[in-house]
Design a protein around this ligand. Sequence first.
Ligand SMILES: [Zn+2]
Length: 100
Amino acid sequence: MPRSRGSRKRPWGDPHPRLEEARLHGIPRSETGPDGTSFHVQHLHAATKQYLCPGCLHAVEVGMSQVVVWPEESAFGVPSGPDARRHWHTSCWNRRLRPS
Ligand SMILES: [Zn+2]
């Protein structure tokens, strides 16, 4: 998976890529979704309100780990940006359950 071109070169001796930090801090990254298109995916430690997971159609309860997912590009007529955000259970997203 190619990394973003925008990332700065790390100086020698910088111990590790900041994947763990990115995950903990919820920085969005690009992943491929269930239908093969690219999504921005933001991993959040805990939901702050209840959402409906589009993968399993069950509630993402407050305090559960979740991912927030939105399309990088959307077709005409499909909302993009914050309106297109979906909250998934982390496990459902990892298994790429298909939204229905
Ligand atoms: Zn789910």
